[in-house]
Design a protein around this ligand. Structure first.
Ligand SMILES: [Zn+2]
Ligand SMILES: [Zn+2]
Length: 313
């Protein structure tokens, strides 16, 4: 039997367990957009934001973020897209191309930084020379992204940086931080991180919509996005176990993830001690840092040194 949209009777594309509704394509898009706009409004994510840097990888989440921000805010806010070509083989080449095509299609100003060209190394190097660098590529990638996002945002005077983290990402990060007792990390897992110690404010407008919901939105809207996962994303280990556990909880108790994340954001995280620290500058690049030399400059120097030394091995 064809399921009918609970609102208009057209043929349904999805079932929303939390509100016990079938929705057609059109009403689903409306539902999703309302959810994002409500998040932005309730948590005042765009308060005093006149210029916004949007971090876009070319994957579904950041593509949806770019599209929705453009659809609803391009008239009042100066939106600038930002993409890093991380040098992860075909993955980076193709996802960067898709990001650029989307910027052009929407007529959004954008900045692309090629890691190898600008800094002499890329993520593939960190894998190739892993034996000597002794650091997993994902941790290097995280440092690179955080650093470059902040640097570019400061350079263009952006009031905030928007990232495409969704509900599933937040639930996973929160569970991992809780499990590891990482209180300081936990304090940053909110939808709105104010500017502190010279770092630009960060917002997560998709923080309360799930992975599946974002994918469905991208598909129905016919958005072009890069579908494959990063080849270095870990397929096993604790991270994968937590993802599975959260999915089981969600299936048995629809809305579990949203409830968990909202409770953390509203009731738990505000009670934690605020991140302290003072404004420090990196001795090498002069960007805000939590040490004398920032983690990006440290890792950059190390990888470049290893490349020089072992390039022929
Ligand atoms: Zn409908
Ligand atoms: Zn530095």
């Amino acid at each position: 039997m064809v399921k009918r949209c609970s609102l208009c009777g057209a043929s349904a594309v999805t079932w929303i367990p939390e509100s016990k509704q079938y929705l057609c394509a059109e009403h689903y898009l409306e539902y999703f957009e309302r959810r994002v706009l409500k998040t932005i409004e309730k948590f005042r994510l765009l308060k005093n934001v006149k210029k916004l840097l949007i971090a876009v990888s070319g994957g579904k989440d950041s593509t949806v973020l770019l599209y929705v921000m453009h659809k609803f805010f391009s008239r009042e806010i100066n939106l600038v897209g930002f993409t890093i070509d991380l040098g992860i083989g075909k993955y980076s080449r193709e996802s960067t191309e898709i990001a650029i095509r989307n910027y052009k299609k929407l007529g959004i100003e954008y900045i692309v930084v090629n890691l190898k060209r600008s800094y002499g190394f890329d993520i593939d190097d960190s894998v190739r020379f892993r034996k000597w660098i002794k650091r997993p590529p994902c941790s290097i990638c995280g440092i690179v992204k955080r650093y470059l996002m902040n640097k570019v945002a400061l350079e263009i005077n952006a009031d905030a940086i928007a990232t495409g983290h969704n509900l599933d990402d937040l639930a996973l990060f929160m569970m991992s931080a809780l499990q590891g007792g990482k209180v300081e990390e936990l304090t940053k897992l909110t939808l709105y991180n104010p500017s502190i110690n010279g770092f630009v404010a960060k917002i997560k407008p998709l923080g309360l919509v799930s992975d599946k919901e974002t994918l469905l939105y991208a598909l129905i809207s016919g958005l072009e996005f890069y579908e494959e996962e990063c080849p270095y994303a870990p397929q096993r280990g604790l991270r994968t176990t937590i993802i599975k556990a959260l999915d089981v909880a969600e299936n048995n108790h629809p809305g579990f993830k949203r409830y968990f994340v909202l409770n953390m954001i509203r009731r738990v995280i505000p009670k934690l001690p605020k991140p302290q620290g003072r404004i420090m500058r990196c001795a090498i690049c002069n960007m805000p840092a939590s040490n004398n030399v920032c983690s990006f400059c440290k890792i950059r120097a190390r990888i470049n040194e290893v490349i020089q030394k072992y390039r022929n091995k």
